[in-house]
Design a protein. Structure first.
Length: 124
């Protein structure tokens, strides 16, 4: 089915949840830890990975951090971080429904952030 997420009585193409992770533990600084988190998250929200998670550190000065992407059969999971402030910006976009609460729980258990903010939009 082309549009398979029902939101407010309307079929939508996909859901895009955007998470802001504030003041995380040291895992937010590690390429290996972020790859481990994303690999586990794919399973926890019942998605199917397409290839491996790619994650790299780059930037300059106050803007050094990680960027990672995991393609999934229904779209992608991306993360961008800031080393200095131990912040992260995680996006989950999928045409298959998933639980934002499950993503938040996974974030809280792995990165131990001070807080997590989430915004969700639906793509029609």
């Amino acid at each position: 089915m082309y549009k398979r997420i029902l939101h407010d009585g309307k079929l939508c193409y996909g859901k895009h949840a955007m998470f802001h992770l504030v003041n995380c533990n040291e895992h937010i600084l590690s390429i290996e830890a972020v790859q481990t988190f994303i690999t586990a998250l794919v399973q926890e929200i019942k998605m199917v990975a397409f290839g491996g998670c790619q994650c790299f550190r780059f930037g300059e000065g106050d803007e050094i951090g990680l960027s990672g992407v995991q393609l999934i059969y229904t779209s992608s999971i991306t993360i961008h971080t800031n080393d200095l402030h131990r912040e992260g910006y995680l996006d989950v976009f999928s045409c298959k429904d998933f639980s934002e609460d499950q993503v938040t729980d996974s974030i809280n258990k792995f990165f131990l952030p001070e807080r997590v903010e989430c915004q969700t939009i639906f793509r029609e």
